[in-house]
Design a protein around this ligand. Structure first.
Ligand code: C5P
Length: 253
């Protein structure tokens, strides 16, 4: 098989040139990192689960009219996406206080916020992805005012969609991060949801028990990460309830 051209190797994914111009293959690795890669591990099966979950969320977003870069899942670990230029911002939406917001503002984790709060971080690992304001974004030209209006609208639509889907399976969407891509059609550009949406980039708590079903399980050593992600996939109907039922050999007469 011809070797594919690697375009970029990230912490959790590798990107390869796709089969058609303007396409990219996203390969989901099992690598887990936290605290700007100070904590690292390989968690068998994480990439497969994130590929499946991200496909599910991106397809659902597409069905409700939110544009994404997703084209199709290719296999257990890979999906085909449209090539886009990534806006150098991490767009975070929070419904409940947690993580860095709780630390920064001294609000107990799990406190419901008066309304969803959108934050922007400048994507730069060497700086630890610092929180920035729209003033920085405009002054440094990372995105135009029109882009920012579109990004805010996309982020809130993703929040409504994901919150609803998760609520339906007994999970509270605490917060999440998305990335935004620019796709050029001739002289025009469109903004789309890019990268991935998975428990690596969301905080998901069981509504009744507040059990964490996201990457905090790894960050905070709370147990098995694959059990947590599998539980999310199972509730969304993406895993067989009884895996033995599909692996059991059948006798053919
Ligand atoms: O760490 P913090 O509380 O700011 O994270 C907010 C949300 O954004 C969490 O769901 C976290 O998983 C996600 N995030 C991410 N990638 C980053 C930073 C945060 O997916 N680099």
């Amino acid at each position: 098989m011809a070797r594919r051209k690697k375009i970029y190797e990230g912490k959790a994914k590798t990107l390869y040139e796709g089969p058609e111009p303007g396409t990219i293959v996203q390969y989901f690795k099992d690598d887990a990192t936290a605290f700007n890669a100070e904590k690292k591990d390989v968690i068998e099966g994480k990439g497969v689960l994130n590929n499946l979950l991200s496909e599910y969320f991106m397809l659902g977003l597409g069905q409700v009219g939110v544009p994404t870069h997703f084209l199709k899942r290719l296999n257990m670990r890979e999906q085909l996406v449209r090539s886009c230029e990534i806006v150098p911002l991490e767009v975070i939406v929070r419904n409940y206080a947690a993580g860095t917001m709780s630390k920064r503002l001294g609000i107990a984790e799990g406190t419901q916020l008066p309304r969803p709060i959108v934050e922007y971080c400048y994507k730069d690992d060497s700086l630890g992805d610092p929180l920035v304001t729209e003033e920085h974004i405009a002054a440094f030209g990372w995105a135009s005012q029109q882009d920012m209006d579109d990004i805010l609208s996309l982020a809130l639509r993703v929040n409504d969609f994901l919150s609803g889907i998760m609520y339906g399976v007994g999970i509270k969407l605490i917060d999440f991060k998305i990335e935004i891509g620019r796709i050029y059609d001739g002289d025009f550009q469109r903004l789309v949801v890019a990268d991935e949406i998975s428990p690596d980039s969301c905080r998901l708590w069981d509504i009744k028990t507040e059990q964490k079903l996201d990457k905090d399980v790894f960050r905070r050593d709370l147990g098995s990460l694959t059990d947590a992600y599998s539980e999310v996939a199972r509730r969304l109907g993406l895993m067989p309830n009884n895996p033995a039922s599909i692996t059991k050999p059948t006798l053919i007469n």
